[in-house]
Design a protein around this ligand. Structure first.
Ligand SMILES: [Zn+2]
Length: 601
């Protein structure tokens, strides 16, 4: 019998009472006291003391505790504001939480500055001591960062100003988007939808519907283009001012450091992708032909090639994911089942929710929560699997030192895309007939198109936008132009209609936590493909190897991680070419099937 899962999440087990939760307010003020204690310890710490190692060990313990608590609080607040964009109390908590983060940043800045005072030989002794060896990578990383920063007082000032400057612009963006309504005509009636709901409707077999939804969405974004032009320009301006004062020339300096990767690695990845674009152009052209079109437009790319769109109810989708995970790893399957049963997922299709999906960790309670809007499409199932991959990553790290749990986005996207791949591949293999197989294969290739073309367009746009922003405000019209230029290049000029509003509709350009919220996705995709190939080769033995790789993601740079667990060099195109070859094989299979008389109705 079909088991039924509740599609709303349970936040009360973490803190009861939502944004009014007294337990949560107590938790916040406890954490505030802990932060004060830490600040005092850091102030006391100096390189001249004979007991430097002992004091630093105390600081590290305290830092670990607060890091967990701050992440926990931050996760709760983002869940509250995502589930109900009109929850004004949650909005206040976002601001409160940003103050905490600023305080922590200030303390860490001052600690970094003290690290710099320590000479190299003494520093190496400290890192090799029993008490600190476990966290030596993150301590050293912090010291290296410290060398690149301004004085403590200047950095503290920047941090404080970020709360109501930098981060506030991003918050403002969320508020405006949450209030937007998109009017869509259905069966002769005009219905009003949130942006998230309307965006889900664009994947429709009927081109008329797709075009209508795209037009209405574009209209809604265009109406607010002046506001989003402001939020984006000011957010970017703030970032650039900070870089300028620190003498950082390259806009990629910070995102690369955050992702613990080398520029050579990024270049090798994009080079390999660019060299293989022709296969995906061929795919898009074939798809246009199958849809009876001369050329595809942006809103046709994700259109189903088969008209029989099966909508899968939430509980059935959940069972499917658990089953597919089980073929690879019983631990992953058990974890996913538990997440559905314990209601770690908010998937209900309703108004007033923030668009998009995310997974957030509560490291203190050792839980995670997933947020998305599930309407039963195959891409919803993929998103769900994706977010569960993130959740599993956190799960295997629960007992790792809190300071070694902070993995960067590029490797964070590894576990998620790995989970997504398992589900997508198993789906293709389980196809009942040729038409279904072709449709499922197509759905899988969509991922490569997204990572190699769509994400590439975001990377190209941001690179160019930030260059122009250095000279001053970039007007909305110019942002439109830049967006289209980037899309044309990334899609090798193969589309008919592009999406000039994408710079405002894509939340990721407006995120302040992580700059360049794009290339790490592509990295994660290709990196996970490499892991996937290894997993297929090694069978059951791989489960534990995979877990040990994930557990290392917070304590080494990606080049070392790849060397240690996969024995590959990420700075040369070879690894990337090999991973892309797996995607090209899908395209070739698709083209062969499509060219050998498979009827598409
Ligand atoms: Zn993700």
């Amino acid at each position: 019998m079909q088991k039924t899962y509740n599609p709303t999440w349970d936040l009360d087990v973490i803190f009861p009472g939502g944004s009014e939760s007294e337990e949560f307010y107590t938790y916040l003020s406890d954490n505030e006291k802990e932060i004060e204690k830490l600040a005092a310890e850091v102030a006391r710490f100096s390189a001249e003391q004979p007991d430097t190692i002992e004091i630093l060990a105390i600081i590290v313990k305290q830092l670990e505790k607060i890091t967990k608590k701050t992440r926990e609080a931050s996760a709760f607040v983002s869940c509250l504001s995502a589930q109900d964009v009109n929850d004004s109390k949650a909005g206040l908590l976002v601001a409160k939480n940003n103050e905490f983060k600023a305080k922590m940043d200030a303390i860490q800045t001052s600690l970094q500055q003290k690290f710099i005072q320590i000479d190299e030989a003494r520093w190496n002794d400290i890192l090799q001591s029993d008490a600190l060896e476990e966290v030596s990578f993150v301590l050293n990383e912090s010291r290296e960062k410290g060398k690149e920063r301004l004085s403590v007082s200047e950095e503290v000032l920047i941090n404080d100003l970020e709360v109501d400057g930098y981060h506030a612009w991003s918050q403002m963006y969320d508020t405006i988007v949450g209030k937007m309504q998109v009017e869509i005509e259905e069966d002769g009636k005009v219905n009003s939808y949130s942006v998230g709901q309307a965006s889900n409707k664009i994947v429709n077999p009927d081109r008329g519907v797709r075009k209508h939804v795209f037009t209405q969405l574009s209209k809604a974004w265009k109406e607010n283009a002046d506001l989003f032009g402001q939020t984006l320009n000011h957010l970017a301006g703030f970032r650039l001012q900070k870089y300028r004062h620190r003498d950082w020339e390259d806009i990629l300096k910070e995102p690369l450091a955050m992702n613990r990767m080398k520029k050579d690695t990024l270049d090798a990845m994009w080079t390999a992708i660019t060299n293989n674009k022709k296969y995906f152009v061929e795919f898009l052209n074939k798809k246009a032909e199958l849809l009876g079109l001369e050329k595809l437009s942006m809103y046709d790319i994700s259109a189903p090639i088969s008209k029989s769109v099966t909508k899968v109810p939430y509980s059935k989708g959940a069972d499917f994911i658990v089953e597919q995970f089980g073929k690879f790893s019983s631990k992953m399957a058990d974890f996913a089942k538990m997440a559905f049963e314990k209601r770690w997922i908010e998937a209900e299709d309703r108004t007033g929710k923030r668009p998009g999906g995310f997974c957030t960790s509560f490291p203190d309670s050792e839980q995670t929560r997933i947020f998305m809007t599930y309407s039963g499409t195959s891409s919803n199932i993929a998103t769900l699997a994706h977010e569960l991959g993130h959740a599993y990553h956190q799960h295997v790290m629960n007992d790792v030192n809190g300071l070694n749990q902070r993995y960067a986005m590029n490797v964070a996207e590894t576990a998620s895309t790995f989970a997504e791949l398992i589900v997508a591949d198993a789906t293709v293999e389980s196809a009942q007939n040729k038409e279904e197989k072709l449709a499922l294969l197509e759905d899988k290739i969509q991922r490569s198109v997204a990572f190699f073309m769509n994400i590439h367009s975001r990377f190209l746009f941001e690179t160019q936008f930030y260059e122009e922003r250095k000279q001053g405000m970039v007007p909305a019209d110019r942002l439109n132009e830049l967006m289209i230029e980037a899309q044309k290049e990334a899609y090798s000029n193969t589309l008919d209609e592009y999406d000039e509003n994408f710079w405002s509709s894509k939340l990721h350009f407006h995120i302040t936590g992580v700059p360049f919220y794009n290339f790490p996705y592509t990295f994660g995709y290709l990196f996970s493909l490499g892991i996937y190939a290894a997993a297929k080769e090694r069978g059951n033995a791989f489960e534990d190897e995979y877990i040990s790789l994930l557990r290392d993601t917070g304590r080494m740079n990606v080049e070392d991680l790849a060397k240690k667990h996969l024995n590959v060099d990420l700075t040369t195109p070879d690894f990337w070419e090999a991973a892309i070859a797996l995607c090209v094989a899908d395209v070739e299979e698709f083209l062969t099937m499509a060219n050998t008389g498979t009827e598409i109705k």
